[in-house]
Design a binder for this molecule. Structure first.
Ligand code: TRP
Length: 467
């Protein structure tokens, strides 16, 4: 049977390495950069509450489903789903979900690499002492100076993409473990140090309140955004976790593992939010400042305390590492698939795919400067335009790719994966993979996968469409 095979792409030494790799994938820019800025844009507590609810009821069940599909299939997500569907007597077209997910992951990588590149630029800035004694205006201008410069953005985007390709080209299983075991705890430690700084600003409670004050009127406004972000931060909906599941040993328990990854991820995001918002308020900045939020606020903190810039240097190194252990998981599903399909070497397949992602990423690079007026998905007075130069509304290239992936492709991909586990593989297969000790707990988890999670995705879509 398929489930006893070992993947041709390698295998994790133990369940711990899977936890490390999956946490490495989950914890990234999504937690430290995106979560705070989205919370700011969508007005605080209501967004956070929806996000937590979506993690628990939708995100974690999907993560379970992905892990168990991957481990049972032991191949790239596309081929795993194809084989399992045929084995279960269902249509092989289920694999289409994994194919779309694969493309979505590459699209996410295209802009993720650009933003990760910002943190590389900030490593240099901190190293040079460029932020000493900086004011809020100065920090804003420094960030603007970076995003206005397409060449500088391209340099870092290119470097980050190469770093990602190098790991994937050599095989994800080799060498990931040692670095992550050190870097992850360090990153968290520094976040806690930042949290300590936030406590000294005198605005801690205001930040806390912003994150946790629940205002029911704001729920509808950001509900799809919150669900999309729950998917994004857990890396689910595209097959990243599925492909890591394929390298997981058969005897490892999936349930506890997935829960651990989800809890760690949430902890990092909340800590980042708690550290950031007091600085935002203390500096008189707008919480809804958008994608630059972290890159404008943190230099203010690091630039104005003793040894701050040295800490800032370490911090941005760790952010880059966290981003890097995430970006590799976006490339792996497609690389595994094309290696299986074409029989070419990992190195060759990786080079081609990374180049493609790099090219698409150039669209994001330009959307912050010379291409800022290129708008997509414009609903104007004269009707809908897919593309319009200089339109009032609409989204620039970066926003469009982010919107298309986070709000549409991730939820739909996740929906397909839980439906596949709950209804196509079915109860016995899921029971066999999860091998849980308590039958009641299994029943609960299985119903989360089969009913609650799919329904959750549908409800959010309907709520968004009718808002
Ligand atoms: N979860 C990662 C973060 O928070 C990003 C990420 C990795 C991702 N793999 C993914 C997002 C797959 C969506 C899909 O930074």
């Amino acid at each position: 049977m398929a489930k006893d095979k070992v993947s041709i792409h390698g295998a994790w030494a133990s369940r711990w390495v899977f936890i490390l790799a999956a946490t490495g994938s989950a914890v990234g820019l999504g937690n430290i950069w995106k979560f705070p800025y989205m919370t700011g844009v969508y007005g605080g507590g209501a967004f956070v509450a929806m996000y937590l609810l979506c993690i628990a009821l939708v995100g974690l069940p999907i993560m379970l489903a992905e892990t168990l599909i991957g481990r049972r299939g032991r191949q790239s997500p596309v081929n795993a789903m194809k084989a399992l569907a045929v084995e279960a007597g269902a249509s092989r077209h289920w694999s289409l979900a994994a194919l779309i997910g694969m493309v979505a992951a590459l699209l996410i990588l295209s802009f993720y690499s650009v933003v990760a590149g910002w943190s590389l630029d900030y490593i240099v800035g901190m190293g040079r002492g460029a932020f000493g004694g900086i004011t809020a205006e100065g920090a804003g201008a420094a960030f603007g100076g970076l995003t206005d410069d397409p060449w500088r953005l391209t340099l870092w985007h290119t470097l980050f993409m190469v770093l990602t390709a190098v790991v994937i080209g050599r095989g994800v299983v080799a060498g990931l473990e040692r670095s992550l075991r050190i870097m992850m705890p360090l990153l968290f430690g520094l976040l806690v140090v930042l949290l300590g700084y936030s406590l000294t600003t005198g605005y801690f409670m205001q930040g806390f309140d912003f994150l946790f004050h629940f205002d029911p009127d704001k729920v509808r406004g950001g509900i799809l955004a919150a669900m999309g972000h729950a998917f994004f931060t857990l890396s689910v909906g595209v097959g990243s976790i599925m492909v890591y599941g394929a390298y997981m040993p058969k005897n490892a328990s999936i349930g506890g593992t997935v829960l651990a990854v989800g809890l760690l991820d949430t902890l990092v995001a909340l800590t980042a939010g708690l550290a950031l918002f007091p600085i935002v308020f203390a500096a008189g900045l707008e919480p809804g400042g958008g994608p630059g939020l972290m890159f404008v606020t943190l230099p203010i903190a690091f630039g104005n305390v003793a040894f701050g810039q040295a800490m800032g240097l370490v911090f941005f190194v760790l952010v880059a590492v966290a981003a890097w252990s995430s970006s590799i998981s976006m490339l792996e599903p497609a690389v595994a698939y094309f290696v299986e399909r074409t029989g070419r070497s990992r190195a060759q397949v990786t080079s081609v795919l990374a180049l493609l992602c790099w090219l698409v990423g150039m669209g994001t690079v330009l959307s912050f400067n010379v291409g800022a007026e290129a708008k997509f998905f414009v609903f104007g007075d004269d009707g809908f335009h897919l593309f319009q130069w200089g339109a009032e509304g609409g989204r620039n290239f970066f926003d469009s790719v982010d919107y298309l992936t986070s709000r549409i492709l991730l939820p739909l991909g996740g929906l397909a994966f839980v439906l596949f586990a709950g209804w196509v593989l079915g109860r016995e297969a899921v029971r066999d993979e999860l091998s849980m000790r308590y039958p009641r707990l299994f029943t609960l988890v299985f119903w989360l996968i089969r009913i609650v999670a799919p329904l959750g995705v549908l409800i959010v879509f309907v709520a968004e469409l009718t808002k």
